[in-house]
Every structure is written in structure tokens, then in C-alpha cells.
Design a protein around this ligand. Structure first.
Ligand code: KIV
Length: 278
């Protein structure tokens, strides 16, 4: 493969045709340097509204604004070259009606240059999904545990505990698929439900806490890297950056206090203009 073809941006067609094939590799990204590091390894980067909790210290994603999503979306687009980039529509930016959803999603697409948006819903926003897709905006759905709905759910709870909840999640996924979503995030459900959804929909499912039955996987990057102080049980930590950062900060503090930093190599070799060099 030539360098040029390696850097071809993935398109919505590449994502959609992965249904039933090799698993899609997806991660969240919120800034340019991290997007650049992740980009060669993933099919899709999601600028998730989890940015509100992970980066901005908010208690939930409910407080995330469209401006925040746009700022982080722009950074991720600058840092990435080949991944398909999806930006989350935050709480309150699409629920009212299709016009509201289109105006806000169009702003996200124009101002970030991203390739698609994610709407955290299936059935209740199916109309909005169809409206956006018909007007040129690819949409990813999101069903199961929906962090934007924690205030009605009473917290971050896995979904599908009752018959009613199980069939509700399945219906949500089918509604998103039928409305034209190119992929659906399935979060926090039993493996059997993830399998049932994956079989029932035409588009690929991207699981997070939803088993390997899905057509792909996504994790919050800070969880996988071991930056987050608490992670849900479905996360596998591939690194312990908390430890690395803490050790580095401790070593730096020790050196500064001992006047051992900066050393000879860490100073400019300039002298006062006109002064003789020794
Ligand atoms: O906001 C987010 O990061 C997400 C993923 C966890 C799927 O929606």
C-alpha cells in the first residue's frame, strides 16, 4: 500500500460495509495530539460528549455545550489524517425537532469539518436522524445506557434488566437503523441483547460494555490508558498513565526543589550582548 493510500480518509461507506466483517476499532479523542497518536490504529475517532466529564470535570455529560463539541471537534480533525471522525450532538441540541437538529448538526459539520454526528437515541429522535441523513449529514445512533438520560435513569445503569427495558432498547436500535443511521453505539447491555440487536439491524453496531457480539468496539481513551480514576467493569486498561504522570510530576518537583533542574543542558548558551564569553 502506498503512503498516499494509507492516509486516505475512511468514509461512511468504509464504516457501513464493515457489518459482519472485521471488527471496527473505535476510540474517543478530544484533542489534536491524542488524535494524531490514535489515528493510525483506528477506523473511527469519536469526539464524545464524555469530554465534559473526562476533560472538563463535569459530573455528567448534561452540561456539555455545542461550542465545547465544536472546539474539540476542530482539534481532533487537525490531529487526525485517516480515521472517520464523528462528533457527538450534546444534550439539548437536537431533541426539540428536526429543524433544531439540522441547524446544530450543520454547524458542527461546517465548523469542524468532521464526517458525521452522533445522536444519543433511536426511536424518540428517529425523525431527526432521518431528517439529517436526507439532508447530507451521516448520523450514528446510540442505544442502551444513554449517559444524557442519567437524570431519568437515576445514574449510569446497564440496560435490559426487565423484559420491557430489553425490548425498548431493541426497538430503539431498529428505529435508528430504519431512520438511516450508518452505525449504532450499543452501550451497557447484556451480551445476548447486543447479539440480538446486531442481528436485527443492517448497520454495524459498535459496542461499549456490550460484548464482542457487536461489529466493532469503542472505549473512552482515558479509561483504556489508565488516566481515569474510576472505570466501569467493561474497561480493559492497556496502560497506567496515572502512575506514569504522577511519578514524573513527583520527580520534577524533587529536582526543582533541590535546584537540580534545570541543569547545564537545559539552559540557553547565550551571554549578555557585549559581554566577553568565558
Ligand atoms: O461520549 C462518549 O464518549 C460516548 C462513547 C462512550 C460511546 O458516547
Amino acid at each position: 500500500m502506498s503512503a498516499q493510500s494509507q492516509e486516505r480518509r475512511k468514509t461512511v461507506r468504509d464504516i457501513a460495509k464493515a457489518k459482519g466483517g472485521d471488527p471496527l476499532v473505535c476510540l474517543t479523542a478530544y484533542d489534536a495530539p491524542m488524535a494524531a497518536l490514535l489515528d493510525p490504529h483506528v477506523d473511527l475517532l469519536l469526539v464524545g460528549d464524555s469530554v465534559g466529564m473526562v476533560v472538563h470535570g463535569l459530573p455528567s455529560t448534561v452540561g456539555v455545550t455545542l461550542d465545547m463539541m465544536i472546539l474539540h471537534g476542530q482539534a481532533v480533525m487537525r490531529g487526525s489524517k485517516q480515521a472517520f471522525v464523528v462528533v457527538d450532538m450534546p444534550f439539548g441540541s437536537y431533541e426539540t425537532n428536526s429543524d433544531q437538529a439540522f441547524l446544530n448538526a450543520a454547524r458542527v459539520m461546517k465548523e469542524t469539518g468532521c464526517h458525521a454526528v452522533k445522536i444519543e437515541s433511536g426511536s424518540y429522535a428517529a425523525q431527526q436522524i432521518g431528517h439529517l441523513v436526507a439532508r447530507g449529514i451521516p448520523v450514528m445512533g446510540h442505544v442502551g445506557l444513554r449517559p444524557q438520560a442519567i437524570n431519568v435513569d437515576g445514574g449510569f445503569r446497564a440496560k435490559g434488566r426487565t423484559e420491557e427495558e430489553w425490548s425498548g432498547v431493541l426497538e430503539e436500535a431498529i428505529a435508528a437503523d430504519e431512520a438511516g443511521a450508518f452505525a449504532i453505539v450499543v452501550e451497557g447491555v447484556a451480551p445476548e441483547l447486543a447479539e440480538q440487536i446486531t442481528k436485527a439491524v443492517k448497520c454495524p453496531t459498535i459496542g461499549i460494555g456490550a460484548s464482542e457480539a457487536c461489529d466493532g468496539q469503542i472505549l473512552v481513551t482515558d479509561d483504556l490508558l489508565g488516566v481515569s480514576d474510576w472505570v466501569p467493569r467493561f474497561v480493559r486498561k492497556y496502560a497506567n498513565l496515572r502512575g506514569v504522570v504522577s511519578e514524573a510530576a513527583q520527580a520534577y518537583a524533587k529536582d526543582v526543589r533541590a535546584r537540580a533542574f534545570p541543569g547545564a543542558e537545559e539552559k540557553y548558551k547565550l551571554t549578555k550582548p557585549g559581554a566577553k564569553r568565558s
